[in-house]
Design a protein around this ligand. Structure first.
Ligand code: BG6
Length: 473
């Protein structure tokens, strides 16, 4: 039986940061591109409907949505319930506002600590009947709290009604990792421990924590992006071919990878904090929250045994980019009398700010001598009309499509991976803003490996392009 389409959209935390930056623009996109015609009900502690409409307009202006008709259409769909997450009366008022709607989609854009309470109040007021919920990441604070939260939510809703959002799964370049791997045959024979020397996922961000101090200080880089976004990327890189066409076949494959990653030990992590972080509003004095993390993963499968998987991310690093580098093993014997620079054979997947795939190789330099240079065979795609991840994912949730949402088992498996290195269990190293983080990050690299620093080059920023060029390193 086809899943019922949601018939109302409710978002808690309507005056918050996430609603401003992501949810309003996503809804405007849905209204503009996909005929989204559901009533949209914002729930928040303060303000009124006019203030919410004004906030929506400001949000869309900030997001560069200039289509007047889309802005007006969204504003006209908005409704408002004033109240708080711990007051059951708010939820009764919401049920009244829902009117005839029987399949509301509730988006909990509130701190994860409030999820349990909101879901319970949804149940008590009848708002959970026939409903779906979208829960923001991070889902829980650690393995124990995620297990407890899953249990609480399951008291009210069955798994098909629970949408744990991770916007990385809604990104085109992340989906392309899955597609590129399994739509081509040339990769598969190489994609294993016999040929791959190491895999690294880098997600540097050049900006700092800015106005998110209060949220970030309770999270830190490992909870904020490693446990979710970056482990999801690793799962798509390392998974076995899915055994069917359903979204669940892919999610099964992702789960198996996450489940086979050995829990990270302190020896395989370096945490850092940029100088100046402690001055950010909302950050606790003397905070030991990490704004940088470098980790080494062991994926204990037949395919990947012994191949190091590295993750590195941080705020206030030199560039903003997300990039995967899959380094291949070197030829067993050097035919040419030249010392090879590192990173000669590799696949590079640029996930942001642009989308590109390149194959790094050595090619002979013109001339008498058999000496070469590093080149890249390069295919790029400049973002065009792709739907923004939140737009795509909210649209999927209204149709009951969970393919691109994190499943309970995967979320718990990902927490199991990082559970032993959360909080203060490992030392914290300071680093200067604008650098690549603490030097100590090299300590977790296996012999001969090095960190690969993504670079923003002119070619990466150009429109669709294919061809070859000198390697950007
Ligand atoms: C969010 C994190 O989930 O992802 C942020 O909370 C991070 O700290 C952001 O900056 C990165 O997302 P994107 O889509 O900009 O790469």
């Amino acid at each position: 039986m086809a899943a019922a389409r949601s018939d109302a959209f409710v978002f808690f935390g309507a005056t918050g940061d996430l609603a401003f930056k992501q949810i309003f623009p996503a809804l405007a996109g849905l209204v503009r591109d996909e005929g989204f015609d559901l009533p949209i009900i914002g729930v928040a502690r303060s303000g009124d409907l006019d203030a919410l409409r004004e906030r929506a307009r400001q949000s869309l202006a900030a997001a560069g949505v200039v289509d007047r008709a889309a802005v007006d259409a969204l504003a006209s769909r908005l409704r408002y319930v004033k109240g708080s997450d711990d007051d059951v009366e708010t939820f009764h008022a919401l049920r009244r506002e829902l009117g005839d709607a029987r399949h509301p989609l509730h988006y909990l854009a509130v701190p994860p600590a409030l999820f349990g309470q909101v879901v319970t109040n949804l149940a008590v007021s009848g708002c959970a009947t026939g409903a779906r919920v979208i829960l923001e990441k991070p889902f829980g604070r650690d393995l124990a709290s995620a297990v407890a939260l899953n249990a609480t939510v399951h008291e009210v809703l069955a798994e098909p009604a629970i949408f744990r959002i991770d916007h990385y799964l809604g990104k085109e370049p992340v989906q392309n990792l899955l597609y590129f791997r399994f739509a081509n045959s040339f990769l598969e024979p190489l994609w294993n421990r016999d040929n791959v020397a190491s895999v690294q996922v880098n997600m540097p961000e050049a900006f700092d924590v800015a106005d998110r101090g209060a949220f970030y200080d309770r999270a830190g880089a490992i909870r904020d992006v490693v446990q979710n976004h970056l482990l999801q990327v690793v799962s798509l890189l390392a998974m076995e071919p899915p055994s069917g066409h359903t979204g669940d076949a892919v999610r099964d494959g992702q789960y198996k990878v996450l489940d086979s990653i050995r829990p990270i030990t302190p020896a395989d992590v370096v945490r850092g904090q940029y100088r100046g972080y402690q001055d950010v509003r909302g950050v606790a004095p003397g905070s030991t929250t990490e704004t940088f993390a470098a980790l080494r993963l062991h994926v204990d499968t037949w395919r990947w045994g012994g191949v190091p998987f590295y993750i590195r991310t941080g705020k206030s690093l030199p560039v903003t980019a997300t990039e995967v580098l899959v380094e291949l093993k070197r030829p067993p014997h050097s035919v040419f009398a030249e010392s090879r620079p590192p990173d000669a054979d590799y696949f590079r997947f640029r996930l942001s700010p642009d989308m590109a795939i390149s194959l790094g190789a050595r090619a002979k330099k013109p001339g008498e001598a058999l000496v070469g240079e590093a080149v890249e065979l390069y295919a790029s795609h400049q973002s065009g009309n792709e739907r923004a991840p939140y737009q795509r994912l909210i649209g999927d949730a209204t149709r009951g499509d969970q393919s691109l949402f994190a499943r309970e088992d995967s979320v718990e498996a990902a927490w199991r991976v990082v559970d032993g290195i959360l909080d203060d269990r490992t030392p914290l190293h300071e680093y200067d803003p604008g650098t690549w983080g603490p030097d100590a990050a090299t300590a977790i690299l296996a012999h001969g490996d090095r960190w690969h620093n993504p670079v923003i080059t002119g070619a990466d920023a150009s429109p669709d392009a294919t061809g070859s060029k000198e390697a950007p390193r």
